[in-house]
Design a protein. Structure first.
Length: 222
């Protein structure tokens, strides 16, 4: 039986970390944790309760009170908030516009970090987890830690491919660049911490990125 492995992957929006992490988890037989989905789930929770994005105390209360359930199966993705299915809703522009209101509040981050660590520890297979602060805050003792980066042009192009033509250029830039700017006020995800491998994916294909990470993981497991 192979030893348990945790892979922590950080990076800016559009760096390819979500799709890459899912495929790496599939190939290695690990769980997959999209930590961004938890922040999006809280955004749904505070919108459901009628809390304004300017009401910091209300958002903190909504975060701490939210019952968040999410799948760690890379092939069966689902998210529930307070018993309600929100898998598709967390990706809607209405929700996306509110995510930074959660992510930039230290008390909310602390609450969700504790939940993320607990989820990762509970999976006996090991987990590939991706987000902003996985390598430095959530799981700094992961067996493999990576920072994926890409040029702004590459990131915008990839996110356009994910979202399709229905999203305006302004909304696209808001989702990718503004969120990065907001989140960077609390989290450093543009420069790798000590022991974190930097992987610039700007000129790499999806398969090349996945193959590289799988190879690094196999070296760790050897």
């Amino acid at each position: 039986m192979q030893k348990r492995l945790v892979i922590a992957i950080d990076g800016p929006s559009g760096s390819g970390k979500s799709s890459t992490s899912r495929e790496v988890a599939r190939r290695l037989g690990l769980g997959y944790l999209d930590t961004g989905a938890m922040y999006r789930a809280v955004a749904v929770a505070f919108l459901d309760s009628g809390v304004s994005r300017d009401d910091t105390a209300g958002i903190i209360a909504a975060t701490r009170g939210a019952n968040i359930e999410l799948s760690l199966d890379p092939d069966q993705r689902w998210v529930r908030v307070n018993g309600r299915e929100v898998t598709d809703e967390i990706r809607e522009p209405r929700t996306s516009a509110q995510v930074s209101a959660v992510a930039t509040i230290p008390e909310c981050r602390a609450d969700l970090v504790a939940r993320q660590r607990a989820l990762m520890d509970a999976d006996p297979r090991g987990v590939v987890a991706e987000g902003r602060d996985i390598t430095t805050v959530v799981y700094p003792d992961a067996g493999l830690r990576l920072l994926l980066t890409a040029s702004p042009e590459a990131r915008l192009r990839r996110r356009r491919g994910d979202l399709g033509a229905g999203v305006s250029d302004a909304d696209l830039r808001d989702q990718v660049l503004r969120r990065d700017r907001d989140d960077s006020t609390l989290v450093e995800f543009s420069t790798p911490a000590e022991g974190v491998t930097l992987l610039d994916t700007s000129e790499m294909t999806f398969e090349q990125v996945v193959d590289r990470i799988v190879s690094l993981a196999q070296e760790v497991r050897a």
